[in-house]
Design a protein around this ligand. Sequence first.
Ligand code: ZN
Length: 440
Amino acid sequence: MSAWRYRQVVLLRSDLVLLLFLAEGCGTPTASAGQSQYASAYLEQLQRDARDRLPSGALPRSMRVSLECTTVDAERRNREIIEEMQQKYNLSPETVERLSRTAQARREALGTIKLPTHFEACDLYEVLSYYTRQVRETARAIMKSTNASAPEWPLFGTLNSGRVNAQKIPVPNTEPEESIVVFDSGLFAFLNKMSRLMVKAAPVMSGNSFSVEQQAVRESVASDDDLQINFVQLLRGYLFAGTVDNVPSNTFLFDTYGQDAISTALYRVNLEFAVAHEYGHLLEESTEFMSSITVAEAFTLDPSFRRLHPESRADVLAAIIVAEAEESKGWNAAALLANIEFYFHCYELLEKARSVVLLGNETATFDPTYPSAAQRRSTLRHYMHRRWTEGKGVPEANWREATRASDEFGGVMTVLWNTAQPILYNAHQNGRRLSGIWIH
Ligand SMILES: [Zn+2]
């Protein structure tokens, strides 16, 4: 049994399709309440420096949109996108109506967004704002029965840093010390396009399900030159130019609306996980949180949690928050685990690719003090197993289905990796240099 049906995901999450496209209409930059001008000035400085390091032609699209976003006619663009989708996917009038309503609601929400700096990627920032809110509210709900309070977010924004994980950066000359959280904007664009490639690599069986059986995937990838080219372009773009905008979005269009919806849901959960991971650090760094065994148990059900590497602690807390938030919207354990682990498969792909180009082997992690993506994935799985089976009473058979689905995702990534591997080893032998964002 290797076909994994996403029907439930598709039916529940199809609204998300639009969220990728609705970019324009942000307001003027302002510091958020409770954050000093120093923090936003410092973030703006980091973003300006990052922009100046990129060749002008490689300026990320998100940044260009940000500079123009108050003048672009968002309504017209959204209408065009919906019309294009209607024609391409032959959508019913009800679906078109629903998409239009979603577009309208989001356009209104965008009008109220306050960007933290002039260089912020406004489309991404809007989605990040949505998830930072959702993540904190979910954490607060989990902690409700305890005395500990959910930490506030510091100022956050995006930066093309190549650090894959977001970072918490202290703001110089602030007393008491302030910090900002920066998410790697390149990673989100990469995850978005990888989600689409992932769905493309798996042959469609019917509208809402596709096969991830290894032989079928291998054949599908081998027979699809465009897919291989797009994958290699994507990887090379991120590694050597520091941006994946060189791969045009229209190369990622699908045959069916179902595929589109699945890939969007996949991307969104990954984005949410990245946000929740950063919030996980705020939690695990909070003495109040960590000294309260009740709170720690409310999250993890396992005292060994305290002995984990901080990265894994943040992963576990993040996965629990994402699961709490998304389960209430109808996601099942199999879909959630596979989606969250897909984040680590992408992370591992970048980790290996960077290592091959730099060193000619696949073993280096981004930071020598960090566990590898594979280690983090396996630690996380152990804790999610406990949460679902002991904590939530999910039958062992459902858990096995979840791990199988996730392993199948990993298998698809292996097939893709095998197509790019020789090119990256060649790049190493020819002395090809990585983009500066990867050298820390
Ligand atoms: Zn981290």
